[in-house]
Write a protein that binds this ligand. Structure first.
Ligand code: CP
Ligand code: NVA
Length: 299
């Protein structure tokens, strides 16, 4: 039994296996392996979600299982029941758990005490399921990540950026984080990452120069709403628009984990120009979630 708690904890081989399995499942959606027959999985979400919730709900059903959505606020977790007690209760009733919350430690603690196959559906620290779906896009549309250069623009210290940095470190492709000083990953994180594959730049044009993938995420992550005004101000120069795209490689693709805020991290024009890639990326959330579960349950 395995968990999927972070990209950090995965090896190059494990990431590659999940991504390739996702592509196989995408090609044969109606013939999904029934690995969850007779199982019920809990989705415990303490933050909003469209893509992650829907892709797990549909994916679990397609794999033969049933699913129970639990909004954190509606359970006793919302009234202060400890994670480790909730985990031990659910561990005796359901067969797997998908958790979206704030602290990474809560997901790790849940996995430890529930002894259930547990998936991190986004914490403040990582968004591993998103990055596996994104890598599947690179695999399908760019022929893989080997020798490719990716630029993440915006809040370079958010969960999505951090998972991208671990992916670059594990898989060995070059990643440039284009972000103002305040939103670059701190020195302790870079030390832990311990790679020469991730470069930091405060200059958006230089950051995207010649890259194959230009990637962005919302500027105000869930839980950071109070910082909204100051974030929008300082991140303005890092918007993906047609002028900035002029610095990227000629056939560069734009990716966005969504939801998108047009006129902020990306212009409507650039998003619509790359909509085919961006919504393929969203669709891959479904195939990737199924691949993650199949991989976790492999003997
Ligand atoms: N990209 C992503 O995780 O979207 P949701 O917040 O809608 O799940
Ligand atoms: N960084 C964003 C990702 C949303 C899918 C957030 O945490 O809100």
């Amino acid at each position: 039994m395995k968990n999927l708690l972070s990209i950090e904890a995965l090896s190059e081989q494990e990431i590659t296996d999940i991504v390739e399995l996702g592509t196989t499942l995408r090609k044969s959606r109606t013939a999904s392996p029934q690995v969850l027959n007779g199982q019920c999985w809990a989705l415990i979400f303490n933050k909003s979600s469209t893509r992650t919730r829907v892709s797990f709900e549909v994916g679990i059903r397609e794999l033969g299982g049933s699913v129970m959505f639990l909004s954190g606020a509606d359970t006793q977790l919302g009234r202060g029941e400890p994670v480790k007690d909730t985990a031990r209760v659910l561990g005796r009733m359901v067969h797997g758990a998908v958790i979206r919350t704030y602290a990474q430690e809560d997901v790790e603690e849940f996995a430890k005490y529930s002894k259930l196959p547990t998936i991190n559906a986004l914490t403040d620290e990582e968004h591993p399921c998103q990055i596996l779906a994104d890598l599947q896009v690179m695999h399908e549309r760019l022929g893989g990540w080997k020798g490719k250069r990716v630029c993440f623009l915006g809040d370079g210290d958010c969960n999505v950026a951090r998972s991208w940095m671990w992916a670059a470190a594990r898989l060995g492709f070059e990643l440039v984080i284009g972000a103002p000083k305040k939103f670059q990953p701190p020195a302790e994180f870079m030390e832990k990452l311990n790679t020469d594959k991730v470069k930091l730049s405060e200059d958006p044009a230089k950051a995207v120069s010649g890259v194959d993938v230009v990637y962005t995420d919302v500027w105000v992550s869930m839980g950071k709403e109070e910082e909204s005004a100051s974030r929008l101000q300082v991140l303005k120069p890092y918007q993906i628009n047609e002028e900035l795209m002029g610095h990227a490689a000629k056939d560069a693709v734009v990716m966005h984990c969504l939801p998108a805020y047009r006129g902020k991290e990306i212009t409507d024009e650039t998003l619509e120009k790359h909509a085919d890639t961006i919504f393929d990326e969203a669709e891959n959330r479904l195939h990737a979630q199924k691949a993650i579960i199949c991989w976790m349950l492999r003997k």
